[in-house]
Write a protein that binds this ligand. Structure first.
Ligand code: SF4
Ligand code: SF4
Ligand code: SF4
Length: 314
């Protein structure tokens, strides 16, 4: 069983002092959820969990533990983020050891909650099924009908970059066409695209939960907080909202692993991955590059060669 093997490997790494700390997932008090856990003793590894609710991209916590030798549990997308961060020289002291788990795709609890009437008190996975119980109901759902949309189109579920792989690699195929939202967006006229973008971001309250959840947002001072120079006002005006979202998306170009953590963190259900997936697709089409797949290849927008194609500035 994956969870047992994961605990064994984590315990071994801590016992042999190959790492000071394991970052992984643990069960939580609420159903359909796990919580990040930070383990320093071999005995503590008994709290590690693995299930379809291990959705967080744990790479975001690596910035806080730069001085330590860290072992981190990663899915395909998380491993890609760690590789991207490594290329940005974020781990000058110790490169994290990646304990990879081929991902079964993660369950979107909001979709599950919509499918049942009443408060969910317990949710148990049984193979491909999800048994959900409340005070006066019990329903059995097909797990694959309740997946996150980014997970449905994911084609990098196996963390091939991992130092240790727990379980067998999975077959890489999307359940949906790659990024269906992008195709739909591309089918619109420029005016329609701007209109749908403005409408989507109009709900933004600028809480920055999306920024905090993203492993690639680690600047000491974000451009939205800077006062010297001041790049953006603190308002919710359409122009300030558009500025935040466009700059955020462009900062992710060639760096985003498509994990969807930003979108899951948003309290206003804003479809943040519309823009980032579109930019990911552009980078793939133009440069054949996907974030964090080849550990030695830096993102195209971080490199310059005199012979680069420059037709776009003529
Ligand atoms: S994006 Fe891919 S690797 Fe990441 S959680 Fe979803 S299916 Fe798993
Ligand atoms: S999490 Fe949502 S509401 Fe908060 S800043 Fe990001 S997009 Fe806006
Ligand atoms: S921008 Fe969103 S999808 Fe991309 S790496 Fe950050 S959290 Fe993940």
């Amino acid at each position: 069983m994956i969870q047992e093997k994961l605990r064994e490997k984590a315990k071994e790494l801590l016992s042999k002092k190959e790492v000071d700390l394991i970052i992984g997932f643990s069960e939580w008090t609420l159903p359909l959820r796990t919580t990040p856990v930070f383990i320093r003793t071999p005995e503590g590894t008994e709290s590690l969990a693995w299930n379809s609710f291990c959705e967080n991209n744990l790479a975001t916590y690596l910035h806080k533990f730069g001085r330590f030798k860290v072992g981190i549990v990663v899915k395909g997308c998380d491993a890609r983020s760690v590789v991207a961060l490594s290329l940005e020289k974020r781990f000058p002291n110790h490169r994290p050891l990646l304990i990879g788990v081929p991902c079964q795709r993660m369950v979107d609890r909001k979709k599950v909650k919509k499918a049942v009437k009443g408060e969910i008190l317990q949710a148990v996975e049984q193979g491909d099924l999800l048994v959900v119980k409340g005070e006066d109901f019990e329903v059995t759902l097909k797990r694959d009908d309740f997946l996150y949309s980014v997970c449905r189109s994911c084609t990098h579920r196996t963390p091939n970059q991992a130092d240790f792989l727990i379980g067998d690699p999975v077959e890489e195929f999307p359940l949906d066409e790659a990024h269906p939202d992008v195709s739909e967006f591309e089918g619109k006229t420029p005016e329609e695209r701007w209109g749908s973008f403005e409408k989507e971001i109009s709900r933004c309250i600028r809480c920055y939960a999306c920024r905090e959840a993203c492993p690639m947002c680690y600047c000491t001072e974000c451009f939205v907080d800077s006062t010297r120079p001041k790049w953006i006002e603190k308002s919710l005006s359409p122009s300030d909202l558009a500025f935040y979202h466009i700059v955020r998306a462009y900062h992710q170009t060639g760096r985003c692993s498509g994990c969807g953590a930003c979108e899951r963190a948003c309290p206003m259900d804003i479809r943040l991955t519309h823009l980032t997936q579109k930019l990911n697709q552009e980078v793939k089409d133009l440069y054949g590059f996907e974030t964090g797949i080849q550990p030695e290849v830096p993102p195209p927008l971080s490199t310059f060669h005199p012979e680069d194609e420059q037709g776009f500035i003529k």
